[in-house]
Design a protein around this ligand. Sequence first.
Ligand code: BGP
Length: 478
Amino acid sequence: MSTNTRFPDSFLWGGATAANQYEGAWNEGGKGVSIQDVMPDGVLKLAGNEVESRNLKLKAVDGYHRFREDIRLMAEMGFKVYRFSIAWSRVYPTGEEEEPNEEGLAYYDAVIDECLKYGIEPLVTISHYETPLALSRKYDGWRNRKLIDLYEKYAHTLFERYKGKVHYWITFNEINALWNFPLMGAGIWTPKSELKPQDFIQAAHHEFVAAAKAVKTGHEIDPSNQIGCMISGIANYPLTCDPEDEFKAVVEDRKGFYFLDQMLRGGYPSKTWRHLEALNLTPEMEEGDLEVLRNAHDFLSFSYYMSKCVSGDEHGKAKTAGNLDLGLKNPYLKTTEWGWQIDPVGLRWLLNRYAERYDKPIFIAENGMGAIDQLLKEPVEGWYVDDSYRIQFLNDHLLEVSKAILEDGVDVMGYTSWGCIDLISASSAEMKKRYGYVYVDRNSEGEGTMNRYPKRSFFWYKDVIASKGESLKESKGH
Ligand code: BGP
Protein backbone atom coordinates (compact mmCIF):
# COMPACT_ATOMS: atom_id res chain seq x y z
CA MET A 1 0.00 0.00 0.00
CA SER A 2 1.47 3.33 -0.95
CA THR A 3 1.15 6.07 1.64
CA ASN A 4 0.45 9.70 0.96
CA THR A 5 3.65 11.75 1.02
CA ARG A 6 2.36 14.90 -0.65
CA PHE A 7 3.62 18.02 1.10
CA PRO A 8 1.50 21.19 1.35
CA ASP A 9 1.57 23.47 -1.72
CA SER A 10 3.06 26.28 0.37
CA PHE A 11 6.01 24.14 1.51
CA LEU A 12 9.32 25.92 1.00
CA TRP A 13 11.72 23.46 -0.64
CA GLY A 14 15.33 24.49 -0.95
CA GLY A 15 18.89 24.37 0.27
CA ALA A 16 21.30 26.24 2.51
CA THR A 17 24.82 27.67 2.54
CA ALA A 18 26.79 30.02 4.80
CA ALA A 19 28.98 32.90 3.66
CA ASN A 20 32.23 31.72 5.26
CA GLN A 21 31.91 28.22 3.84
CA TYR A 22 30.67 29.22 0.40
CA GLU A 23 31.71 32.69 -0.75
CA GLY A 24 35.50 32.84 -0.43
CA ALA A 25 36.77 36.29 -1.52
CA TRP A 26 37.72 36.82 2.11
CA ASN A 27 39.41 40.16 1.43
CA GLU A 28 37.52 41.39 -1.64
CA GLY A 29 34.89 44.09 -1.90
CA GLY A 30 36.04 45.82 1.27
CA LYS A 31 35.31 42.82 3.48
CA GLY A 32 36.89 42.79 6.92
CA VAL A 33 38.47 39.75 8.54
CA SER A 34 36.08 37.37 10.30
CA ILE A 35 36.90 34.77 12.92
CA GLN A 36 36.61 32.09 10.24
CA ASP A 37 39.51 33.62 8.33
CA VAL A 38 41.80 32.67 11.22
CA MET A 39 40.27 29.22 11.79
CA PRO A 40 42.00 27.06 9.15
CA ASP A 41 41.26 23.88 11.10
CA GLY A 42 37.60 24.43 11.87
CA VAL A 43 36.90 23.65 15.49
CA LEU A 44 39.63 21.02 15.66
CA LYS A 45 42.31 23.46 16.81
CA LEU A 46 42.36 26.91 18.36
CA ALA A 47 42.18 29.86 15.99
CA GLY A 48 45.49 31.27 14.77
CA ASN A 49 46.63 34.87 15.06
CA GLU A 50 47.13 35.29 11.33
CA VAL A 51 45.25 34.57 8.14
CA GLU A 52 47.01 31.47 6.74
CA SER A 53 46.87 30.70 3.04
CA ARG A 54 46.13 27.00 3.73
CA ASN A 55 42.71 28.04 5.07
CA LEU A 56 40.29 26.65 2.47
CA LYS A 57 37.58 29.10 3.50
CA LEU A 58 39.53 32.05 2.10
CA LYS A 59 38.49 30.96 -1.38
CA ALA A 60 35.86 28.45 -0.29
CA VAL A 61 33.93 27.44 -3.44
CA ASP A 62 34.12 30.88 -4.97
CA GLY A 63 30.44 31.60 -4.52
CA TYR A 64 31.28 35.31 -4.43
CA HIS A 65 32.02 35.14 -8.14
CA ARG A 66 29.82 32.20 -9.15
CA PHE A 67 26.55 32.76 -7.31
CA ARG A 68 24.67 33.41 -10.57
CA GLU A 69 25.53 29.99 -11.91
CA ASP A 70 24.72 28.40 -8.56
CA ILE A 71 21.36 30.10 -8.18
CA ARG A 72 20.51 29.12 -11.74
CA LEU A 73 21.19 25.49 -10.79
CA MET A 74 19.00 25.89 -7.69
CA ALA A 75 16.25 27.27 -9.91
CA GLU A 76 16.66 24.29 -12.21
CA MET A 77 16.03 22.00 -9.24
CA GLY A 78 12.89 24.02 -8.54
CA PHE A 79 14.01 25.67 -5.28
CA LYS A 80 11.36 27.80 -3.60
CA VAL A 81 13.79 29.12 -0.99
CA TYR A 82 17.54 29.61 -0.65
CA ARG A 83 18.96 30.00 2.83
CA PHE A 84 22.28 31.84 2.91
CA SER A 85 24.05 34.00 5.43
CA ILE A 86 25.26 37.54 5.14
CA ALA A 87 28.84 37.97 6.33
CA TRP A 88 28.76 40.65 9.02
CA SER A 89 32.32 41.68 8.11
CA ARG A 90 31.29 42.35 4.48
CA VAL A 91 28.75 44.86 5.71
CA TYR A 92 30.62 46.26 8.72
CA PRO A 93 34.26 45.20 8.24
CA THR A 94 35.26 45.66 11.89
CA GLY A 95 31.72 45.75 13.22
CA GLU A 96 32.12 49.35 14.39
CA GLU A 97 32.06 51.54 11.27
CA GLU A 98 29.62 54.42 11.22
CA GLU A 99 28.40 53.55 7.74
CA PRO A 100 28.04 50.13 6.13
CA ASN A 101 30.36 49.01 3.35
CA GLU A 102 28.38 49.73 0.18
CA GLU A 103 30.30 47.19 -1.87
CA GLY A 104 29.43 44.43 0.55
CA LEU A 105 25.76 45.32 0.44
CA ALA A 106 25.88 45.56 -3.36
CA TYR A 107 27.04 41.95 -3.48
CA TYR A 108 24.04 40.80 -1.43
CA ASP A 109 21.73 43.01 -3.51
CA ALA A 110 22.87 41.00 -6.52
CA VAL A 111 22.43 37.64 -4.75
CA ILE A 112 18.94 38.54 -3.58
CA ASP A 113 17.89 39.92 -6.97
CA GLU A 114 19.15 36.76 -8.61
CA CYS A 115 16.98 34.67 -6.29
CA LEU A 116 13.94 36.85 -6.93
CA LYS A 117 14.47 36.60 -10.67
CA TYR A 118 13.67 32.87 -10.38
CA GLY A 119 10.94 33.27 -7.78
CA ILE A 120 13.19 31.89 -5.02
CA GLU A 121 12.54 33.33 -1.54
CA PRO A 122 15.77 34.35 0.16
CA LEU A 123 16.07 33.18 3.79
CA VAL A 124 18.84 35.21 5.37
CA THR A 125 20.86 34.10 8.37
CA ILE A 126 22.06 37.32 9.95
CA SER A 127 24.93 35.70 11.86
CA HIS A 128 26.36 32.32 10.91
CA TYR A 129 29.60 31.71 12.84
CA GLU A 130 31.13 34.80 11.19
CA THR A 131 31.72 37.39 13.91
CA PRO A 132 34.06 40.12 12.65
CA LEU A 133 37.48 39.26 14.07
CA ALA A 134 37.89 42.80 15.43
CA LEU A 135 34.86 42.32 17.70
CA SER A 136 36.15 39.00 18.84
CA ARG A 137 39.59 40.39 19.72
CA LYS A 138 38.52 43.73 21.14
CA TYR A 139 35.43 42.72 23.11
CA ASP A 140 35.77 38.95 23.49
CA GLY A 141 32.74 38.57 21.28
CA TRP A 142 29.35 38.15 22.89
CA ARG A 143 30.75 38.23 26.41
CA ASN A 144 30.58 41.99 26.02
CA ARG A 145 27.26 43.81 26.05
CA LYS A 146 28.62 46.21 23.50
CA LEU A 147 27.88 43.63 20.78
CA ILE A 148 24.14 44.06 21.31
CA ASP A 149 24.20 47.57 19.83
CA LEU A 150 26.61 46.64 17.05
CA TYR A 151 24.49 43.69 16.01
CA GLU A 152 21.37 45.85 16.26
CA LYS A 153 22.89 48.37 13.87
CA TYR A 154 23.95 45.63 11.46
CA ALA A 155 20.54 43.93 11.53
CA HIS A 156 18.80 47.30 11.10
CA THR A 157 20.89 47.94 7.99
CA LEU A 158 19.79 44.61 6.50
CA PHE A 159 16.11 45.00 7.34
CA GLU A 160 16.05 48.46 5.77
CA ARG A 161 17.99 47.49 2.70
CA TYR A 162 16.05 44.33 1.93
CA LYS A 163 12.59 45.51 2.92
CA GLY A 164 10.03 43.98 0.58
CA LYS A 165 12.62 41.61 -0.92
CA VAL A 166 13.54 39.34 1.98
CA HIS A 167 10.70 38.03 4.13
CA TYR A 168 12.42 35.23 6.04
CA TRP A 169 15.27 35.73 8.52
CA ILE A 170 17.19 33.75 11.13
CA THR A 171 18.87 35.78 13.88
CA PHE A 172 21.72 33.39 14.85
CA ASN A 173 22.80 30.12 13.32
CA GLU A 174 22.72 27.28 15.89
CA ILE A 175 22.84 29.65 18.84
CA ASN A 176 23.39 26.73 21.25
CA ALA A 177 26.81 26.01 19.68
CA LEU A 178 28.00 28.50 22.28
CA TRP A 179 28.13 25.73 24.92
CA ASN A 180 30.72 23.61 23.12
CA PHE A 181 32.41 26.08 20.78
CA PRO A 182 32.35 29.57 22.26
CA LEU A 183 34.61 31.07 19.59
CA MET A 184 32.73 29.78 16.57
CA GLY A 185 29.33 30.11 18.23
CA ALA A 186 29.73 33.45 19.96
CA GLY A 187 33.02 35.00 18.85
CA ILE A 188 34.58 34.53 22.29
CA TRP A 189 38.34 34.73 21.87
CA THR A 190 39.23 33.54 25.38
CA PRO A 191 39.93 29.78 25.27
CA LYS A 192 37.02 27.69 26.46
CA SER A 193 39.12 26.17 29.25
CA GLU A 194 39.41 29.62 30.86
CA LEU A 195 35.70 30.40 30.79
CA LYS A 196 33.39 29.96 33.77
CA PRO A 197 29.76 28.82 33.52
CA GLN A 198 28.68 32.40 34.25
CA ASP A 199 30.48 33.58 31.10
CA PHE A 200 28.40 31.29 28.89
CA ILE A 201 25.14 32.35 30.53
CA GLN A 202 26.05 36.02 30.20
CA ALA A 203 27.08 35.74 26.54
CA ALA A 204 23.84 33.87 25.78
CA HIS A 205 21.90 36.63 27.53
CA HIS A 206 23.51 39.26 25.33
CA GLU A 207 22.61 37.25 22.25
CA PHE A 208 19.02 36.85 23.49
CA VAL A 209 18.65 40.61 23.94
CA ALA A 210 20.24 41.29 20.54
CA ALA A 211 18.02 38.73 18.81
CA ALA A 212 14.88 40.09 20.51
CA LYS A 213 15.81 43.62 19.48
CA ALA A 214 16.28 42.41 15.92
CA VAL A 215 12.84 40.80 15.99
CA LYS A 216 11.33 44.08 17.18
CA THR A 217 13.16 46.18 14.59
CA GLY A 218 12.48 43.69 11.80
CA HIS A 219 8.76 43.79 12.54
CA GLU A 220 8.70 47.59 12.80
CA ILE A 221 10.44 47.99 9.45
CA ASP A 222 8.28 45.41 7.70
CA PRO A 223 5.45 43.72 9.60
CA SER A 224 5.44 40.91 7.05
CA ASN A 225 8.94 39.81 8.08
CA GLN A 226 9.07 36.27 9.50
CA ILE A 227 12.00 36.09 11.89
CA GLY A 228 13.15 32.76 13.25
CA CYS A 229 15.55 31.56 15.91
CA MET A 230 17.69 28.48 15.37
CA ILE A 231 19.45 25.75 17.29
CA SER A 232 21.42 22.69 16.42
CA GLY A 233 18.78 20.06 17.04
CA ILE A 234 19.92 16.69 18.29
CA ALA A 235 17.58 13.93 19.39
CA ASN A 236 18.85 12.81 22.81
CA TYR A 237 17.71 9.31 23.69
CA PRO A 238 18.26 7.57 27.02
CA LEU A 239 20.64 4.67 26.40
CA THR A 240 18.36 2.35 28.41
CA CYS A 241 15.15 2.64 30.43
CA ASP A 242 17.19 2.96 33.61
CA PRO A 243 15.58 6.03 35.26
CA GLU A 244 19.03 7.59 35.60
CA ASP A 245 19.46 7.41 31.82
CA GLU A 246 15.97 8.79 31.30
CA PHE A 247 16.67 11.74 33.55
CA LYS A 248 20.02 12.37 31.87
CA ALA A 249 18.12 12.80 28.59
CA VAL A 250 15.93 15.43 30.28
CA VAL A 251 19.04 17.30 31.42
CA GLU A 252 20.65 17.01 27.99
CA ASP A 253 17.57 18.40 26.27
CA ARG A 254 17.80 21.51 28.42
CA LYS A 255 20.90 22.56 26.49
CA GLY A 256 18.67 23.28 23.49
CA PHE A 257 15.45 24.22 25.27
CA TYR A 258 17.36 26.84 27.27
CA PHE A 259 17.66 28.84 24.04
CA LEU A 260 14.37 27.98 22.39
CA ASP A 261 12.26 28.64 25.50
CA GLN A 262 13.71 32.05 25.89
CA MET A 263 13.49 33.05 22.22
CA LEU A 264 10.06 31.59 21.49
CA ARG A 265 8.28 32.25 24.76
CA GLY A 266 9.49 35.81 25.13
CA GLY A 267 11.74 35.61 28.18
CA TYR A 268 13.22 33.23 30.70
CA PRO A 269 10.62 30.72 31.93
CA SER A 270 10.21 30.99 35.72
CA LYS A 271 11.42 27.42 36.22
CA THR A 272 14.61 28.15 34.29
CA TRP A 273 15.15 31.30 36.29
CA ARG A 274 14.79 29.45 39.62
CA HIS A 275 17.22 26.84 38.33
CA LEU A 276 19.76 29.56 37.46
CA GLU A 277 19.24 31.09 40.90
CA ALA A 278 19.84 27.74 42.55
CA LEU A 279 23.14 27.49 40.70
CA ASN A 280 23.95 31.13 41.40
CA LEU A 281 24.20 31.72 37.68
CA THR A 282 21.59 34.35 36.82
CA PRO A 283 22.86 36.73 34.13
CA GLU A 284 23.40 40.41 34.79
CA MET A 285 20.56 42.42 33.31
CA GLU A 286 20.06 46.03 32.44
CA GLU A 287 16.86 47.94 32.79
CA GLY A 288 14.64 47.21 29.86
CA ASP A 289 16.09 43.78 29.06
CA LEU A 290 13.04 41.88 30.26
CA GLU A 291 10.78 44.14 28.24
CA VAL A 292 12.86 43.64 25.08
CA LEU A 293 12.99 39.89 25.56
CA ARG A 294 9.21 39.74 25.17
CA ASN A 295 9.77 40.06 21.41
CA ALA A 296 9.53 36.38 20.65
CA HIS A 297 10.65 34.95 17.32
CA ASP A 298 8.01 34.02 14.76
CA PHE A 299 9.25 30.55 13.99
CA LEU A 300 11.56 27.86 15.27
CA SER A 301 14.27 26.60 12.99
CA PHE A 302 16.84 23.93 13.58
CA SER A 303 19.52 21.85 11.93
CA TYR A 304 19.23 18.10 12.15
CA TYR A 305 21.94 15.61 11.32
CA MET A 306 21.90 12.88 13.93
CA SER A 307 20.75 11.55 17.26
CA LYS A 308 22.77 10.36 20.20
CA CYS A 309 22.27 8.43 23.40
CA VAL A 310 23.00 9.60 26.92
CA SER A 311 23.34 7.77 30.20
CA GLY A 312 23.48 8.56 33.90
CA ASP A 313 26.83 6.81 33.90
CA GLU A 314 28.69 7.27 30.61
CA HIS A 315 31.93 5.78 31.86
CA GLY A 316 33.39 3.12 29.53
CA LYS A 317 30.48 3.27 27.07
CA ALA A 318 31.04 3.45 23.30
CA LYS A 319 30.97 7.00 21.97
CA THR A 320 29.73 8.43 18.70
CA ALA A 321 30.72 11.59 16.86
CA GLY A 322 28.16 14.19 15.87
CA ASN A 323 27.41 17.73 14.83
CA LEU A 324 29.53 19.82 17.22
CA ASP A 325 28.72 17.29 19.89
CA LEU A 326 29.59 13.83 21.19
CA GLY A 327 27.32 11.18 22.62
CA LEU A 328 26.87 7.50 23.21
CA LYS A 329 26.49 5.02 20.42
CA ASN A 330 23.05 3.73 19.53
CA PRO A 331 23.26 0.01 18.65
CA TYR A 332 20.32 0.34 16.23
CA LEU A 333 21.87 2.97 13.97
CA LYS A 334 24.45 3.10 11.21
CA THR A 335 26.79 6.05 10.79
CA THR A 336 28.12 8.27 8.01
CA GLU A 337 31.80 8.20 7.04
CA TRP A 338 32.32 10.89 9.68
CA GLY A 339 30.72 8.73 12.35
CA TRP A 340 27.48 10.71 12.68
CA GLN A 341 24.56 8.41 13.46
CA ILE A 342 21.92 8.24 10.73
CA ASP A 343 18.46 8.51 12.24
CA PRO A 344 15.56 9.70 10.06
CA VAL A 345 12.97 8.88 12.74
CA GLY A 346 14.87 11.18 15.09
CA LEU A 347 13.84 14.06 12.83
CA ARG A 348 10.14 13.20 13.21
CA TRP A 349 10.72 12.74 16.93
CA LEU A 350 12.26 16.22 17.25
CA LEU A 351 9.62 17.90 15.08
CA ASN A 352 6.96 16.47 17.37
CA ARG A 353 8.71 17.49 20.55
CA TYR A 354 9.26 21.04 19.33
CA ALA A 355 5.70 21.36 18.04
CA GLU A 356 4.25 20.13 21.31
CA ARG A 357 6.37 22.49 23.36
CA TYR A 358 6.08 25.69 21.34
CA ASP A 359 3.11 25.67 18.98
CA LYS A 360 4.97 27.80 16.43
CA PRO A 361 5.75 27.05 12.78
CA ILE A 362 8.94 25.06 12.30
CA PHE A 363 11.56 25.35 9.59
CA ILE A 364 14.17 22.63 9.00
CA ALA A 365 17.11 24.91 8.23
CA GLU A 366 19.74 22.17 7.71
CA ASN A 367 19.84 18.45 7.13
CA GLY A 368 22.11 16.31 5.02
CA MET A 369 24.84 13.75 4.70
CA GLY A 370 28.52 14.60 4.56
CA ALA A 371 30.22 12.05 2.30
CA ILE A 372 33.16 11.52 -0.03
CA ASP A 373 31.96 11.69 -3.65
CA GLN A 374 33.64 10.47 -6.83
CA LEU A 375 33.47 12.64 -9.94
CA LEU A 376 33.06 10.71 -13.20
CA LYS A 377 34.87 11.81 -16.35
CA GLU A 378 31.74 11.38 -18.47
CA PRO A 379 28.21 12.06 -17.30
CA VAL A 380 25.57 9.34 -17.01
CA GLU A 381 22.11 10.72 -17.85
CA GLY A 382 23.34 14.21 -17.03
CA TRP A 383 24.86 13.42 -13.66
CA TYR A 384 28.57 13.23 -12.81
CA VAL A 385 28.44 11.75 -9.32
CA ASP A 386 26.46 8.70 -8.26
CA ASP A 387 25.52 9.73 -4.75
CA SER A 388 22.78 7.14 -4.22
CA TYR A 389 23.72 7.01 -0.51
CA ARG A 390 22.82 10.70 -0.20
CA ILE A 391 19.54 10.15 -2.03
CA GLN A 392 18.70 7.37 0.42
CA PHE A 393 19.58 9.56 3.39
CA LEU A 394 17.53 12.54 2.20
CA ASN A 395 14.62 10.38 1.01
CA ASP A 396 14.36 8.70 4.40
CA HIS A 397 14.52 11.98 6.30
CA LEU A 398 11.95 13.67 4.07
CA LEU A 399 9.61 10.71 4.46
CA GLU A 400 9.69 11.26 8.20
CA VAL A 401 8.99 14.95 7.66
CA SER A 402 5.96 14.03 5.57
CA LYS A 403 4.70 11.80 8.39
CA ALA A 404 5.22 14.60 10.92
CA ILE A 405 3.13 16.90 8.73
CA LEU A 406 0.47 14.55 7.43
CA GLU A 407 0.03 12.15 10.36
CA ASP A 408 1.18 14.11 13.41
CA GLY A 409 -0.08 17.56 12.44
CA VAL A 410 3.23 19.41 12.80
CA ASP A 411 3.33 22.79 11.04
CA VAL A 412 6.55 22.52 9.00
CA MET A 413 7.16 25.58 6.82
CA GLY A 414 10.04 24.33 4.76
CA TYR A 415 13.24 22.38 4.38
CA THR A 416 16.64 23.63 3.28
CA SER A 417 19.11 20.78 3.04
CA TRP A 418 22.62 21.71 4.04
CA GLY A 419 25.33 22.60 1.54
CA CYS A 420 23.15 22.33 -1.55
CA ILE A 421 26.30 23.21 -3.49
CA ASP A 422 29.43 21.51 -2.06
CA LEU A 423 31.27 23.79 0.35
CA ILE A 424 33.88 23.78 3.12
CA SER A 425 32.87 21.88 6.23
CA ALA A 426 32.38 23.91 9.39
CA SER A 427 33.75 21.52 11.98
CA SER A 428 36.77 20.17 10.11
CA ALA A 429 37.33 22.90 7.47
CA GLU A 430 37.84 20.34 4.71
CA MET A 431 36.48 20.03 1.18
CA LYS A 432 36.22 16.29 0.91
CA LYS A 433 33.21 16.20 3.21
CA ARG A 434 30.49 17.06 0.72
CA TYR A 435 26.76 17.61 1.11
CA GLY A 436 25.71 19.06 -2.24
CA TYR A 437 23.41 18.28 -5.11
CA VAL A 438 26.09 20.00 -7.15
CA TYR A 439 29.70 18.84 -7.08
CA VAL A 440 32.38 21.53 -6.96
CA ASP A 441 35.75 20.62 -8.42
CA ARG A 442 38.02 21.55 -5.56
CA ASN A 443 39.83 19.19 -3.20
CA SER A 444 41.01 19.43 0.39
CA GLU A 445 44.44 20.52 -0.85
CA GLY A 446 42.75 23.51 -2.47
CA GLU A 447 43.27 22.27 -6.03
CA GLY A 448 40.65 22.20 -8.76
CA THR A 449 38.84 24.24 -11.38
CA MET A 450 35.87 25.17 -9.15
CA ASN A 451 33.63 23.97 -11.98
CA ARG A 452 30.16 22.76 -11.03
CA TYR A 453 28.70 19.31 -11.89
CA PRO A 454 25.19 18.08 -11.07
CA LYS A 455 25.11 14.90 -9.02
CA ARG A 456 22.51 12.17 -9.30
CA SER A 457 20.80 13.69 -6.25
CA PHE A 458 20.32 16.90 -8.24
CA PHE A 459 17.81 15.18 -10.52
CA TRP A 460 16.30 13.23 -7.65
CA TYR A 461 15.64 16.44 -5.66
CA LYS A 462 14.21 18.12 -8.75
CA ASP A 463 11.65 15.30 -8.99
CA VAL A 464 10.87 15.47 -5.28
CA ILE A 465 10.18 19.20 -5.50
CA ALA A 466 8.19 18.93 -8.73
CA SER A 467 6.03 16.15 -7.28
CA LYS A 468 5.68 17.95 -3.90
CA GLY A 469 7.17 14.94 -2.20
CA GLU A 470 5.05 12.32 -3.92
CA SER A 471 8.11 10.77 -5.56
CA LEU A 472 9.60 9.87 -2.16
CA LYS A 473 9.90 6.13 -1.70
CA GLU A 474 9.09 4.12 1.40
CA SER A 475 12.46 2.72 2.42
CA LYS A 476 13.35 -0.85 3.30
CA GLY A 477 15.58 0.49 6.06
CA HIS A 478 12.77 1.17 8.52
C1 BGP B 1 26.12 22.99 11.19
C2 BGP B 1 26.51 24.33 10.65
C3 BGP B 1 26.85 24.40 9.22
C4 BGP B 1 27.36 23.12 8.62
C5 BGP B 1 26.81 21.85 9.19
C6 BGP B 1 27.53 20.58 8.83
O1 BGP B 1 26.57 22.91 12.50
O2 BGP B 1 25.49 25.28 10.88
O3 BGP B 1 27.61 25.53 9.02
O4 BGP B 1 28.64 23.13 8.25
O5 BGP B 1 26.68 21.88 10.57
O6 BGP B 1 28.67 20.43 9.62
P1 BGP B 1 30.09 20.13 8.99
O7 BGP B 1 30.32 21.15 7.97
O8 BGP B 1 31.04 20.23 10.11
O9 BGP B 1 29.99 18.76 8.43
